[in-house]
Structures are given as structure tokens and as C-alpha cells.
Design a protein around this ligand. Structure first.
Ligand SMILES: Nc1nc2c(c(=O)[nH]1)N[C@H]1C(S)=C(S)[C@@H](COP(=O)(O)O)O[C@H]1N2
Ligand SMILES: [Mo]
Length: 312
């Protein structure tokens, strides 16, 4: 069952890309009928100027696409489903359980946990293992800031993250699509890397639920599935966590999940990607995928001596 779903991915992608194109054509038709001016009134297009060394100045994916083309299996396996099925999902109140090899283990109210932490906006390239990519201004803060507050013990080598498990609120958790709750992990140095964020929202504000509110992980040099959403647990451990995707299809998804155009997925190439910019022809113009998604200078040193072909 698990494997079957995993092998379904490309076809579900085709279906949703088809819907996506149809939706684009709908907007295009609407633009012709209503005139471009009235259409832009329906589709606000915020955009962020690159403000720090972390920001890419590539064309940003329109907010409407960032928030309506999502992978979030708890709310359905189609990319057009989370925007609909997560609409009523309540992200307040929220608590996060911190446990394991750490000096300050506790179940924290999210607001208390984030007290005093300053939010910032970072414009990152994001690359999904299924070969689409986006440029997204994330609203959040470096995970390192929080980890330092929690004071991990020297014995902690990894952090294991888990998503909320609540089948009454996350309808797809009633199906054995994945082994719930969704689980991910980072090595401690990856968690402390200056690129690694905990995001609370997109485009300058908190939310929406389909993008992982109230709190989710962002590691822009890794495939998107590392970016676990709606986190309720952080466990500091000396054992490499088994992620939900490693458990579902270990030959296809490893612990590291670093973007690497030279290591193909067993069922498709990872050499190119489709950058979603809101353009009608995005799907027709694949671009070259970059090593570590173009973030080599920040992350390469963490993997020296590691065989990236074996450690995918
Ligand atoms: N809990 C949870 N987190 C998840 C997923 C999921 O299904 N469940 N999907 C992952 C995948 S495959 C991707 S590509 C990103 C998509 O993030 P976005 O919708 O904000 O672009 O979320 C990741 N985080
Ligand atoms: Mo993904």
C-alpha cells in the first residue's frame, strides 16, 4: 500500500499539473474577458526585494501559486487539495513537545517558545523531488536561534521532527498513505546551519495552513519533503531518525535528501526542474538544477568525505 502510493506520485503529478494548466487557462480566459486590470484586482502580486545575502533575486513565485500548489499528504495527495482541505485547520493554540538530549525539555505553548525571537523574511529557491521549483519569501527565523535556547546536550547528534497526528483534523491520516505522523530529521550541524529556518508563514505574514503553519522546517539545499509542516515534536537524539519517506520507499528517499542533479531518482532524472513563476509556459521551459540547489557555499563543507551517491 505504502509503496503503491509512492509509485503513484508521477501520475498524481500529471493530474495536478493538468488541473494547474487548466486553472491557468481559466485565468487567462478571465483576463481576456474581464481585462487585465480587473484580473490583477483579483490576484494581488506582492513581491519582496532581495534584502540580505541569503536572498535570491530570481523571479518570485506568485503568492497564489505558493499557496495553492502544495504537497501536504495529511490534506490529500493531490497538489490542489491542501488549499481546500486545510482551510478550516486551526493553528492556534499550538504546542511543541521538546524532548530527549536537551537541557530544557518541556511541552511549550508555541507563543512562549518563540518569545523574543525576531522574525525575518528570506527569499529562497525551493526544489521539490518531483521536479517543480519555486522562489518563495519565507517568514520565519533561523532554527539555530531556537536550538540554542533549548540547550542541546553534547550527546545530541540529530533532531527528529514530527507533524501533528490528528485524523479528525487531518483527514488523509485516516488512510495509510504514509506511516503517520509525518517524521523528518536533521543532523545537528544541518539544524544549526545559517540557511535552516523555522518558517511561520510566507510573503511577510503568518500562515497559511497549507504551507505548514503554524511552524514548519525550511532547508533550501534539500528536496522539499525535508520541510516538515505543522511541527509538534522536536526530539534531540544520538540516533539518525527514520523519516516518513525513508520508511515508505527507502530506495527512493534517503536521510540527506540533498538536491543533486547528478544523482537521479530511481524513476526519473533530477538534472532539470520546472520553475513555477506564474507564467503560462513555465511547464515548457525546464531549467538546469544546481548542486545543493545553488547553496553550495553554505552547505558543501558539511558533506566533505560523504559519498553523496550512497548518502542520497
Ligand atoms: N507534514 C508534512 N510536511 C510536508 C509534506 C507532507 O506531505 N506532510 N510534504 C513535503 C513536500 S514533498 C514538499 S515539496 C513541501 C511543500 O511545501 P510548500 O507546500 O510550502 O511548498 O512540504 C513538505 N512537508
Ligand atoms: Mo516535494
Amino acid at each position: 500500500m505504502l509503496i503503491k502510493r509512492a509509485t503513484d506520485i508521477p501520475s498524481s503529478e500529471i493530474t495536478s499539473e493538468h488541473l494547474y494548466r487548466n486553472r491557468r487557462q481559466f485565468f487567462k480566459a478571465a483576463a481576456t474577458t474581464l481585462g487585465a486590470a480587473s484580473l490583477s484586482a483579483f490576484l494581488p502580486a506582492p513581491s519582496f526585494a532581495a534584502a540580505s545575502k541569503y536572498d535570491t533575486d530570481e523571479k518570485q513565485t506568485p503568492i497564489n501559486d505558493v499557496t495553492s500548489y502544495n504537497n501536504y499528504y495529511e490534506f490529500g495527495s493531490g497538489k490542489d487539495e491542501p488549499v481546500v482541505n486545510a482551510r478550516a485547520f486551526k493553528t492556534k493554540p499550538w504546542s511543541v513537545a521538546v524532548s530527549g538530549m536537551v537541557k530544557k525539555p518541556a511541552t511549550y505553548n508555541l507563543e512562549d517558545l518563540l518569545k523574543g525571537i525576531v522574525m525575518e523574511d528570506r527569499i529562497y529557491r525551493m526544489r521539490c523531488v518531483e521536479r517543480w521549483s519555486m522562489v518563495i519569501p519565507w517568514h520565519g527565523f533561523p532554527l539555530a536561534t531556537l536550538v540554542k535556547k533549548l540547550e542541546p546536550l553534547p550527546s545530541a547528534k540529530f533532531i527528529k521532527f514530527q507533524t501533528l497526528y490528528a485524523p479528525d483534523r487531518m483527514p488523509e491520516q485516516r488512510q495509510p498513505t504514509l506511516h503517520w505522523p509525518y517524521t523528518e530529521g536533521l543532523r545537528m550541524d544541518e539544524a544549526m546551519n545559517e540557511l535552516t529556518l523555522f518558517a511561520v508563514g510566507v510573503y511577510g505574514k503568518e500562515g497559511p495552513a497549507q504551507n505548514g503553519a503554524p511552524i514548519r522546517l525550511i532547508t533550501p539545499w534539500k528536496y522539499g519533503f525535508k520541510g516538515i509542516k505543522a511541527i509538534v515534536k522536536m526530539e534531540f537524539t544520538d540516533k539518525m531518525p527514520l523519516s516518513a519517506w525513508m520508511e515508505a520507499a527507502p530506495r527512493e528517499y534517503g536521510f540527506y535528501a540533498n538536491v543533486n542533479p547528478t544523482v537521479d531518482h530511481p524513476r526519473w532524472s533530477q538534472a532539470t526542474e520546472t520553475r513555477l513563476t506564474g507564467g503560462v509556459f513555465d511547464q515548457l521551459r525546464p531549467i538546469k538544477t544546481r548542486m545543493f540547489n545553488g547553496y553550495e557555499s553554505y552547505v558543501e563543507s558539511m558533506y566533505s568525505g560523504l559519498d553523496l551517491r550512497k548518502n542520497y
